[in-house]
Ligand binder design. Structure first.
Ligand SMILES: CC(C)(COP(=O)(O)OP(=O)(O)OC[C@H]1O[C@@H](n2cnc3c(N)ncnc32)[C@H](O)[C@@H]1OP(=O)(O)O)[C@@H](O)C(=O)NCCC(=O)NCCS
Length: 143
């Protein structure tokens, strides 16, 4: 299966939002969140495409307070997972910034994502207790 990764376009917003809704059981972003992500010039966004369909989306921005790039979101269509798309989107986000310090929060029970980040070289550096609406802790990971 071939996939393409390209910078996101404003016309991706609806499909990216739909993907978010099916990817995150709790704390899915609202359309207002997506409007912000697609409006702020500092947010770098990437879309994975298979057969002209959006199958993955990732966004990241530099956080001047932490002096590190925050990986804001990453999701792949359930039908296209385990094919390297998530890893490729993550690398594309990293490559888009001159800064080379990255961080993210991930649900401590999300083994698929935690393994992906570990494969990409991220380390567990902290915990935010009860960070998610379902009461799960967030694991902070950094590279
Ligand atoms: C997490 C997610 C983005 C991974 O996307 P993906 O395209 O399936 O990931 P990849 O195929 O690139 O996998 C890369 C590595 O991640 C790990 N991984 C991915 N899915 C996994 C799973 N279900 N179980 C265990 N490890 C997994 C593996 O180490 C894999 O490497 P390998 O194929 O060499 O074993 C995807 O499962 C998803 O969209 N989940 C819902 C949204 C989400 O949780 N996003 C992360 C928020 S922090």
């Amino acid at each position: 299966m071939c996939f393409e990764i390209r910078p996101s376009k404003l016309s991706d917003i609806g499909a990216a939002y739909q993907l978010d809704q099916i990817s995150f059981e709790v704390d899915a972003w609202t359309m207002l969140d997506y409007a912000g992500v697609f409006s702020f010039p500092g947010v770098k966004k990437f879309t994975a495409i298979v057969d002209a369909k959006l199958v993955g989306f990732a966004a990241a921005e530099y956080d001047p307070q932490r002096k590190a790039v925050c990986l804001m979101t990453l999701a792949v269509d359930p039908q296209y997972r385990k094919k390297g798309i998530g890893f490729a989107l993550l690398k594309q986000c990293e490559d888009a910034f001159p800064q080379k310090h990255f961080y993210l929060n991930v649900d401590i029970e999300n083994q698929a994502a935690i393994r992906l980040y570990e494969k990409a070289g991220y380390q567990r550096t902290g915990i935010e207790p009860a960070y998610y609406r379902n009461g799960h802790d967030a694991l902070i990971m950094e590279k």
